[in-house]
Design a protein around this ligand. Structure first.
Ligand code: UP5
Ligand code: MG
Length: 186
């Protein structure tokens, strides 16, 4: 069954813009559920499922995994949620996937958009790459992730912006400063 749209927020922004960091704070303060599409896909890789190898390759290349895979992982996670709000982190990154989610899974309240220049995101990701173990936290993958974000994912944000559904945050500040703005949207 479709969920009440007021409960769902899409959390978007470039690679390393701070989506996960800010979602963790919202979870702590508001007891929302937080579903990261990237985390769900990485769990799928780890599980050794038949699609895992291909998903891993796509993530390392900064490519967007086919929507039916991501949407079914998200729909499954959402279906068992009883939290007062649901944060969908890192999805939708492609217009057709946004449309499919809205049609088949749920409406949503708004997009929380973390606006951050590439040089800031790159520095954060290279630093995190020293310890993260993520297959895509290296200079080559980061360049591909940025490219996909600009070409394919920014149009999603622009599409919802034109509909007045985007709440934009300057993500270059400290996590505390960013969160002070984020909190104000809830
Ligand atoms: N950090 C955070 N905030 C900071 C701040 N204000 N000041 C200084 N440092 C800050 O943060 C990144 C790093 O920066 C951390 O070290 C943090 O401490 C520091 P984080 O909160 O992790 O940022 P986030 O935006 O979540 O970065 P992430 O790397 O997770 O973003 P991506 O969008 O690249 O990754 P995601 O996991 O969403 O997707 C990975 C891949 O999965 C995609 O490239 C794609 O291949 C695939 N995917 C799909 O195919 N479909 C989907 O729908 C989703 C993903
Ligand atoms: Mg993340």
């Amino acid at each position: 069954a479709k969920k009440d749209k007021q409960k769902i927020v899409f959390v978007l922004g470039g690679p390393g813009s701070g989506k996960g960091t800010q979602c963790a704070r919202l979870v702590e303060d508001f007891h929302f559920d937080h579903f990261s599409a990237g985390d769900l896909l990485r769990a799928e890789v780890k599980s050794g499922s038949s699609t895992g190898v291909e998903i891993d390759r796509m993530i390392a290349n900064g490519e967007i995994v086919p929507g039916d895979i991501t949407i079914s992982l998200l729909a499954n996670a959402i279906s068992s949620s009883t939290a007062p709000g649901i944060l969908i982190d890192g999805f939708p990154r492609k217009l057709d996937q946004a449309g499919a989610f809205e049609k088949d899974v749920s409406d949503f309240a708004f997009v929380l958009f973390f606006d951050c220049p590439e040089e800031v995101m790159e520095e954060r990701l290279l630093k995190r790459g020293e310890t993260s173990g993520r297959v895509d936290d290296n200079a080559e993958s980061i360049r591909k992730r940025f490219d996909t974000f600009v070409k394919t994912s920014m149009p999603v944000i622009e599409y919802y912006e034109a509909k007045g559904k985007v709440r934009r945050v300057d993500a270059t500040k400290t996590p505390d400063e960013v969160y002070a703005v984020v909190k104000g949207f809830f």
